[in-house]
Design a protein around this ligand. Structure first.
Ligand SMILES: [Zn+2]
Length: 62
């Protein structure tokens, strides 16, 4: 069983940092990229600067 309930706001209470590797794809440019964030947040297409919702995000515990 894996339940992941993650709240970043209390980061000072815990020294484990959870990072997310997000996969993005721009539907206009057909460009794929990945970026690492501390949440599964949107990114901008490097070509057309459209805001893109992540296709997939994977948590990577450091
Ligand atoms: Zn684009």
């Amino acid at each position: 069983m894996s339940q992941s309930r993650i709240h970043i706001s209390q980061a000072m209470a815990d020294d484990t940092i959870t990072r997310y590797l997000n996969d993005y794809r721009c539907p206009d440019c057909l460009l794929d990229w990945q970026d690492e964030w501390d949440c599964a947040c949107n990114d901008r297409c490097p070509a057309c600067h459209k805001e893109i919702v992540p296709l997939h995000s994977e948590d990577i515990a450091l």
